[in-house]
Write a protein that binds this ligand. Structure first.
Ligand code: DX5
Ligand code: ZN
Length: 219
């Protein structure tokens, strides 16, 4: 069964603590940090992550859409990140960034934008713990899933098998009960979902629906 990681970007920010408690059945919580520079939107940063940390048992899966990223890694680790995912784009020293994330005691993730080929990750397969395939262009929730990313998920799943390492293969953007069977069939093992969870009244049911949709693709 894939890991479901609800993205609080789609939640009611005036009621965050309650929103987070309503997705307690998910093992991970996805936190999208945006700087208005790497992506054309601004979201939230370490103070919000730190404030939420005591109110959730989930692994905090922090997706950094910021540039530069290196000067802020320690602050995000201290704020409570369990996983820190950075983008392959615009970071000539990705290898060092991943080493730094490990030295802070966190799992290291790499996100890859729709226009970037999967080979961009080939030289960090020995260091990466989580690969996050962006199935929309990063910056906003509620966008349409990009079918064009399915072959990339397949290629990366093959690269992971070849590496022999236990790397989580996540997808982020436009993930719902309809797109889940497509991405899990292609090899995704982790689903980030904002609108399809927080857009529903019953969040536990929405999480279960994604888990079931993935199981259906395996049968
Ligand atoms: C987009 C973010 C996503 C976003 C997904 O840049 O990385 O995590 O919250 O939102 P949905 O699930 O609504 O497409
Ligand atoms: Zn994200």
């Amino acid at each position: 069964m894939p890991i479901v990681a609800p993205s609080i970007l789609a939640s009611d920010f005036s009621n965050l603590r309650q929103e987070v408690s309503e997705v307690a059945s998910a093992p991970w919580l996805h936190l999208d940090v945006m700087d208005g520079h790497f992506v054309p939107n601004v979201s939230f940063g370490m103070p919000v992550i730190k404030a939420l940390r005591p109110h959730s048992k989930a692994k905090f899966d922090v997706h950094l859409m910021i540039e530069p990223v290196d000067p802020f890694l320690e602050a995000f680790a201290k704020a409570g990140a369990d996983h820190i995912t950075v983008h392959v784009e615009g970071n000539p020293h990705l290898h060092r960034t991943l080493q730094t994330i490990h030295s802070l005691g966190c799992k290291a993730g790499v996100a890859i934008c729709p226009a970037t080929p999967p080979e961009a990750l080939s030289q960090v397969m020995d260091l990466v713990d989580i690969i996050l395939v962006m199935t929309v262009n990063p910056g906003f929730g509620g966008q349409k899933f990009l079918e064009s990313q399915l072959p990339k998920i397949r290629t990366l799943a093959g690269m992971i098998r070849q590496s022999g390492r236990d790397i989580v293969l996540g997808v982020d953007g436009g993930i719902d009960a309809a797109t889940t069977p497509r991405v899990t069939e292609a090899g995704a093992t982790m689903l980030v979902a904002g609108s399809s969870i927080f857009g529903k009244q019953d969040r536990s049911a929405a999480i279960a629906a994604l888990e079931q949709a993935s199981v259906a693709s395996v049968i």
